[in-house]
Design a protein around this ligand. Sequence first.
Ligand SMILES: [Zn+2]
Length: 292
Amino acid sequence: MINNNPQMKRNILLIACLVFLTVNFVNCQTGSPWFSVKEVSPRIWIIGDHGADNMYLVEGTDSALLIDAGLGVADLASQVKKLTSKPLIVVNTHGHSDHAGSNYQFAKVYVHPADSAAARACNSPEARANSSKNMQGGNAPAEAELFKGKPFNTKLVPVREGHLFRLGGRTLKVIETPGHTPGEIILLDIENKLLFTGDNNNVLVWLFLQNCKPLHEYLATLQKEAAMILQFTTIYPGHGTPLPADFVNDQIACVKGILNNTLERKPYKSFAGNSLVSVSGRASVAFNPDNL
Ligand SMILES: [Zn+2]
């Protein structure tokens, strides 16, 4: 039945306008479609890099810390400004192209000295395009989505074990975790017992790349992490969804099983090369049998 009541028509039009405005407001608040944004804990956001990796923005009362900088193919600096007005500090968990790719958008970035050369190398336009192509399954981003801002001559500031980022009511401590890269670091939110782990605690960790440390050194890193397991409840990885703290124990079992040769080894293929992979519990490790 068609309703010809003019008042009813006006109400329907008004509701349609409100829905349209609300949807657009939400889209504006969440920023560029390249990024997805979710507040996972009060004043902590996961910024998804079009499915390729996770960045984290952690805000204190005085300043905010951006943990990792993604692929660098979209306007991350503007996205962050939509979420926080606090002075921003940027840190890379390591120098790989999907974690340090947007460094050129910031004046200063903290990175471990063992990874600073890698972080610098992945910031050329060619390197960014290449890494984006690899991480997006062969689909480079559309030209319209590429960052158009003026790049900084970014200063890389060395950061080491024990460094404290004091954000006001929230302190993040740097812990050196060599393995996936020589200069990989993780960050412990001391007050909130949260651990931001880059590529050190993914469900599948890559230990087969050319500059990875030998597997027994990665085991020592995991054991160091397990020794502080009462200091954190949740792991926020560089790829995938958050994990409980005891995931580290599965990773230790996996690496020990590889070193003792008690786990099945299967072929593993990726854009970054071929290797072997073993699984234990929730954890998988792809490794080079010549670098144990
Ligand atoms: Zn990595």
